[in-house]
Design a protein around this ligand. Structure first.
Ligand SMILES: [Zn+2]
Ligand SMILES: [Zn+2]
Length: 236
């Protein structure tokens, strides 16, 4: 399985980062989240929107789903077949409201929303995912595949890390940040017990600019951290 970090940024633009988007390449190609900038990054990685086999949306904040309609429209214009879009609960009504803002697309786009409950598993080809509800300001899920977790937006809590050794995790907050709906270094170190390696993304500028201190702090808690840039490729 290959992971491509298409976008490692957040809802404010800085550091030449696209908003959150992760591509999983295996026997199928799965796009996990598609914030603004995703379509350009897909082109830079030489993947056409036609080639996607499924889309996962961790939650319907714009920095995770802003280009969903654009991707589905590109597939419609290329006469692609229907694609599954896996979402947390409420995905169908979110999608309806997004479509109502662009009514010319209603009944044109070919997709099927598949709302996934926490603990439920789903497969795309040989890739098997399990969803886990996260702690965020709206309905939101992380996904686990093998011993990897992709956190989406969340504060850290112990159940999130059961059965995984590797995480692609948000680190929105710097030290001292209030970890209600997002992760801070202290909140992560306290809860991510047993995690060997953390690929930290979705960092607001104060956290990103302090990332070396965050890495040193996590190292003392037994967690090795990296901060991938856009278009970084990992083999799992
Ligand atoms: Zn969010
Ligand atoms: Zn976000």
């Amino acid at each position: 399985m290959r992971i491509v970090f298409l976008g490692t940024g957040v809802a404010v633009g800085f550091g030449k980062k696209a908003q959150q988007s992760i591509l999983i390449e295996d026997d199928r190609i799965v796009l996990v989240d598609c914030g603004f900038g995703t379509m350009v990054r897909l082109q830079e990685h030489n993947i056409a929107t036609d080639e996607l086999d499924a889309i996962v949306i961790t939650h319907f904040h714009l920095d995770h789903c802003g280009e969903l309609l654009g991707i589905l429209k590109a597939r419609w214009l290329s006469d692609c077949e229907k694609i599954d879009v896996f979402t947390p609960g409420g995905g169908a009504s979110f999608m309806d409201s997004m479509l109502n803002s662009s009514p010319y697309l209603i009944n044109k786009l070919r997709f099927k929303i598949r709302e996934i409950r926490s603990g439920e598993s789903f497969s795309v080809g040989g890739l098997r995912f399990t969803a886990i509800k996260t702690r965020h300001s709206i309905e939101s899920m992380g996904i686990k595949t093998g011993d990897l977790l992709i956190s989406g937006d969340t504060s850290a809590f112990p159940e999130l890390y059961e059965d995984v050794s590797y995480v692609i995790h948000e680190m929105s907050l710097d030290f001292g940040g209030k970890a209600d709906f997002h992760t801070s270094p202290e909140n992560f170190a306290e809860n991510a017990v047993g995690i060997r390696k953390a690929f930290l993304i979705h960092m607001y500028p104060p956290a990103y600019n302090n990332r070396m201190n965050i890495a040193n702090y996590l190292e003392k808690h037994g967690i090795s951290a990296e901060f991938p840039d856009d278009l970084r490729v990992l083999e799992f």
